[in-house]
Write a protein that binds this ligand. Sequence first.
Ligand SMILES: [Zn+2]
Length: 435
Amino acid sequence: MTQTGMAKGPSDQKTLNEELIEGLAEVARRNPQHAVELFGVPLGVAMRLAAMPDAQLDDLATTPVALWRPALTERLVRRLPEHRPMLIPDHEMWRPLVKRINRLALATFVRYADDPASAALVCDITDREVIRALQELPAFAFLEWGGNPGTLLAVPRLSDAIIDRLLRADDDGVESSLRGLLALTQCCEQEFALIRHAVQQESAAYRVAERTPVGKRCGRPPASFLMPGTSSLILTMLRHQMRPTEVEERMLATSDVRAAQLRGIAETVNPKPKRDKGAPRDRTRDHRDLWGSAHRRLSATAIFCLQRRLVDAGVEAFEAMVWAYDYYARTYDADCGVSLSRMLRDVFTPMREGTDTHLGHCARCGVVHLAHDEKIGIIECPVCVLARAGKFGQRRVRTDKGDGGDAAGMREFGAWPRAGTWSPASGVVGSAGSS
Ligand SMILES: [Zn+2]
């Protein structure tokens, strides 16, 4: 995982947002039906974008998280050298526009394909065959072949529900970081079903797996050598303020590292200001209740969604959570109010053990969200809560057509991961570990 790649992530995502939304609006203004066919958006979305003032289009496009998803299959990437007719002959007129978008999409995908973890986190490309095909493209591919396929290589992920929430009628619009959180958690019903199924399978496999109870003080010698992947995982946990004892506990099953060995390192990576004698310990970070605020719950969900991408790309679930947290904290919000420790304790562990932390899906907002059984009154979608507080846009009331499961307006896409790729990871992406 390259740090530079990650830092650039949001601006690359934004650039492609801009290109796609501009292209979509352009086609929609001239022929809404073409926009539907070419971009795979519902007609309502196409018409809405066609009529949208530039300022609002800009607002959408500058969301610092992808409002698109790749529309790639391995076969499609392998066949890029062939010039193919547009799927619908009438669309030939749009080839220059498609080429413009595809060039940018290809350039982005190829850059991140170098590192499968970044490809998953930034581009949502998790299929190993697709990644390999991208890696094997010649350097000139994005310049020469963008106009070749008769389809778009990236398509917008926009539904009426998402647009309603992303835009607010008054002058200052929805805050960019909140737009990012919404984009990260957006999820149609089919995607939600896949995520829930995958989590349930993982949890079942975890309960079945025989785990030798690891005794903490059973005379094991402390670790004298750690694999590079393990040590960077440990360093990342320490950097995100996990206590050495906590790290030791988390790593017991896989490594012999001891808390005593980590204390010095922890103090170096994370120096604490000296506490005055008698002053109370600063426990604020650890004691912030993840479930206590809608904003924190939404951040936690976003991190969870990033973790699912990594798991889908083959990263082991626990490591995936650490890397997803690290990516989120470093790329978007270092002070997001959710600590890594909390993420592991309140979300990862209970979910894996099947004891708590459930997934909800809000059809009103088109997002997935984390819920806690025992905390009454917080099962509600955090986006709805924040929208009521004026942080997100309000849902428009539509009487012209059914406004039921609006998120379902997002079309199912043929290149979606087959159910098989959601099973517990069989291999680990080797490069996921460095930082
Ligand atoms: Zn909602």
